[in-house]
Design a protein around this ligand. Structure first.
Ligand code: GLP
Length: 243
């Protein structure tokens, strides 16, 4: 694992955007695995700026998002589809047809999940997967569990995750209780992983993820087994590491 610690959230975001831009410069038709949540918003802002200044070209880029609530209409204000449009896609020269997010209204969930994994495989796999981390160690929406899930699947969200996401909704009742998420196996197949975390509230889970045991009760701990992981933290999120 390569770990970078920056002073501020803005610096964390800039570093992450530079890593993504370097990936796209080296391979213009990269498959980017993207994440939602508050953490990557600053990185997306930087990428928009770089795109305006012609420092990154999304023309031939394909994207695969980690997850989507279930059930949720893609046009709902809180869908991850809307999030990605608002925070990145509508501001850059990406071809909408090249963007992929699990369908939160799919009738046949199993088929949707299987097709999503197939689509990633047919595209040649994800070149770099961006990840945030939940307070309980979840990545995508892979919640603490007895096993590491392999493929894209439908999960029940834990109360911790529902509580953490209520800030985006009008009330707790509105937060969907399920989600479609790339499995841990799907995430681990990415050629590179870029995990971001900022703020003191992430310091404990970052310590456990990096320095603790590999345990499906801390889904992100599996990343210790991936051969190419870059972690960019602001100094608050790195505050409990014994590095
Ligand atoms: C959600 C997303 C995750 C994200 C997590 C943390 O649960 N499914 O992909 O990493 O939130 O969000 P934040 O970055 O807002 O702390």
């Amino acid at each position: 694992m390569k770990i970078f610690v920056t002073d501020t959230y803005e610096q964390m975001s800039r570093k992450a955007a530079n890593i993504i831009a370097a990936q796209v410069q080296l391979k213009p038709n990269s498959n980017l695995g993207l994440a939602t949540g508050g953490t990557p918003v600053g990185m997306y802002k930087q990428l928009i700026k770089m795109n305006e200044e012609n420092d990154i070209n999304f023309e031939n880029v394909r994207t695969f998002n980690l997850d989507e609530y279930y059930p949720i209409d893609k046009n709902n204000d809180q869908s991850y589809y809307t999030f990605m449009n608002e925070n990145l896609f509508k501001h850059v020269n990406i071809n909408e047809e090249n963007t992929n997010i699990p369908n939160g209204m799919a009738d046949n969930i199993e088929e949707e999940c299987k097709n999503y994994d197939n689509k990633i495989e047919v595209a040649g796999g994800v070149d770099i997967q961006v990840l945030g981390i939940g307070h309980n160690g979840h990545i995508g929406f892979n919640e603490p569990d007895g096993i590491f899930t392999k493929e894209t699947n439908c999960v029940e969200l834990t109360q911790t995750t529902i509580n953490a996401n209520v800030r985006f909704f009008n009330s707790i009742e509105e937060v969907p209780k399920k989600a479609l998420t790339m499995g841990i196996g799907t995430i681990m197949k990415s050629k590179k992983i870029l995990l971001l975390a900022s703020g003191e509230d992430k310091a404990e889970i970052i310590r456990i993820m990096i320095e603790g045991n590999i345990d499906p009760k801390v889904p992100a701990s599996v990343l210790q087994l991936h051969p190419d992981v870059t972690i960019v933290l602001d100094k608050k999120a790195a505050g409990k590491l014994s590095l």
